[in-house]
Design a protein around this ligand. Sequence first.
Ligand code: ADP
Ligand code: MG
Length: 252
Amino acid sequence: MRKTPLLESHLRHLKLPSFLENYRRVADEQRDPVMYLDTLLHLEMDRRSANGVRQRIANAHFPSIKTFDGFDFRQQPKLPKVKVLSLLDSMFVREKRNIVFYGPPGVGKTHCLLAIGHAACMNGYRTLFTTAAELLTMLIEAKENGSLTKRLRALERYHLLLIDELGYVPFERQATDLLFQLISRRYEASSVVITTNLAFEQWGQIFPDPMAARAIIDRLIHHGAIFEFSGESYRLRQRSGAKKDNGELARS
Ligand code: ADP
Ligand code: MG
């Protein structure tokens, strides 16, 4: 095969690594010039899409990777399995809708949050995972050093914001205002998914007044779906199961 002296340096310059790796091999297999170009372009596009997914997953800061393959829906008989699994198509992100996962500790809320976040990354959506406490600390710091607008704008770049564990830490007035600003900016513009251990009637307990709680809830659930989890903590159940197994082992 003929090689022009600058071909490889042009391919490097144009950042076409798959062309560079494959242009000789594909030339042996594909004689039709249009098909040749088509094959190389496909290889380049596949690589870019895989890199994009990897990058989005890295940028999302997931504490761990979870999928629904590892989720036992039999433990959550009241959870609408088909509806939950349909969240994997990320249509709710495209439609800028929100989701709330509500229930006691240890029942798989964070697991589901991570699974739909992972799927969103695969589907091309910029995603960020954070806990409510981390998010508020970050916003308060930004307000104090005059970079709040910049911070809020940076958060707007994400198609999907995952906020874990709302309800464990009470919100002071300033934090409530910041959360309200954030939720208002995202309202009908991009999606939020939150997990919480509190029923909406109890949100008054963590916000300084019921009006503030109501204003945040209204914006969250206007175009939103709520999924209620129930039952015993999976963690505790596994631990007591392990203890029982050990006990049985010790006796045998
Ligand atoms: P929550 O956020 O509701 O407190 P997590 O999602 O953190 O609970 O779940 C606690 C642990 O138990 C995690 O490791 C999670 O993967 C696991 N887990 C919870 N529910 C299930 C389930 N139904 N099937 C498989 N693993 C589960
Ligand atoms: Mg959790």
